[in-house]
Design a protein around this ligand. Structure first.
Ligand code: BYC
Length: 332
């Protein structure tokens, strides 16, 4: 989509450039709600923040398909199998748009992949939890894609053009994913007692990890201030988390499910659902790589990448042969 941007060197700038005349103009553009495009001037901090966030987002889409891939062969009906396959395909597509948008910032997709597989790049904490039952496919769609939509709709208005445009399509597809998840849970909740219990047990395991997707509390978030100033972030982590809780509690109650939080209480004054304290030790532990599935998820990706090396080599050989043939024809 944007790979032509790699053909020429993207303009770079030094670290102090936020206060330079170009840096001041850049901020004025952001303040006026104009988009920043790949060849425009941008401070190095802005570029780095976007490289980090967009690539983390792309990695999340790829790793996010792994818990679902596990359930394709075990989906209960052909309809469910087809929907799950379509969802996984959509997620691979999201990763492609996002890697393409990230490439416009001067790092190639291969380098981003390297950072994930052999470096310290992150992906969303939520995908380090196992999908143990069929109900988890419903909960993941309902809560994980639901949280993703809450976080990503504002990204459609992000100041960086390629990222904001990629997010428009991503959000439309996430909306379908959220509905298919809610539909699975709805059917289970209206089924047998055992099916209802399966849905409740799944909600019990995924509720808090879904809230953690929004990132650390505002007071400990390291990037929010700068990202808000640059209009990469439109709302803080806590604001979006609260909106998600407000929307989801009502849905859970409609289904007859109980949110696993003894402190959950409607606050008439703020018109929000107040909720209990998050287990931040668990969050940071997962982010550091020590969650239930971190090692397994990464190992699967490394194996897939290394097993596919011969395909990449064959494609490069073929492309080189074609180029040589075309050059020879052109010279005749
Ligand atoms: N997991 O300063 P903060 C999806 C890291 S949905 C892991 O608040 P920021 C999907 C953060 O990177 C999921 N790490 O950061 C859905 C930073 O560490 P570094 C993907 C996390 O960036 C269904 C540190 O904590 N969505 O793809 O301002 C199926 C401090 O945090 C997490 C996106 O990526 C976390 N949950 O705000 C398939 C959306 N939270 O980098 C796929 C785009 C925080 O300094 N991203 N950290 O070492 C964002 O909106 C923001 O990056 C976040 C974090 C709100 C996630």
């Amino acid at each position: 989509m944007y790979t032509q941007s790699l053909n020429e060197k993207t303009p770079k700038s030094d670290a102090s450039d936020e206060t330079s005349p170009e840096g001041i103009k850049f901020q004025q553009k952001i303040d006026a709600d104009l988009k920043i495009e790949p060849y425009d001037f941008m401070p190095e901090g802005y570029r780095k923040t976007l490289q980090r966030q967009i690539s983390q987002h792309a990695h999340s889409e790829i790793v996010g398909a792994l818990p679902e891939g596990n359930w394709v062969s075990r989906a209960p009906t052909l309809k469910r199998k087809a929907a799950l396959l379509a969802k996984i395909q959509d997620e691979s597509g999201h990763a492609l748009y996002l890697y393409s948008a990230a490439e416009t910032l001067g790092i190639s997709r291969e380098e981003y992949t390297d950072q994930l597989l052999y470096g310290t790049a992150k992906y969303s904490s939520i995908f380090n939890y196992p999908a143990l039952t069929w109900a988890d496919m419903g909960t993941i769609g309902w809560l994980v894609d639901g949280a993703a939509i809450m976080n990503q709709i504002p990204l459609c208005r992000c100041s960086y053009g390629p990222y904001s445009r990629a997010m428009v399509r991503v959000c439309k597809e996430e909306s379908f994913h959220q509905r298919q998840g809610y539909d699975i849970i709805n059917i289970l909740c209206n089924g047998t007692e055992a099916q209802f219990e399966m849905a409740q047990e799944s909600l019990n395991r995924f509720w808090w990890p879904a809230l953690m997707m929004f990132g650390p509390a505002d007071k400990t978030s390291t990037h929010t201030d700068k990202s808000t100033k640059w209009k990469i972030k439109r709302f803080s982590n806590d604001t979006l988390r609260q909106r998600f809780v407000n929307a989801t509690v009502t849905q859970a109650h409609f289904l007859g499910l109980k949110i696993p939080d003894a402190d959950l209480k409607y606050n008439e004054e703020t018109e929000n659902w107040d909720f209990g304290e998050m287990n931040w030790d668990e969050f940071f532990n997962v982010v550091k790589g020590n969650g239930k599935c971190n090692k397994e998820r990464l190992n699967v990706r490394v194996k897939a990448y290394e097993d596919g090396a011969w395909v990449r080599e064959a494609c490069n050989e073929w492309a080189a042969k074609q180029a040589a043939k075309n050059n020879k024809l052109a010279a005749e």
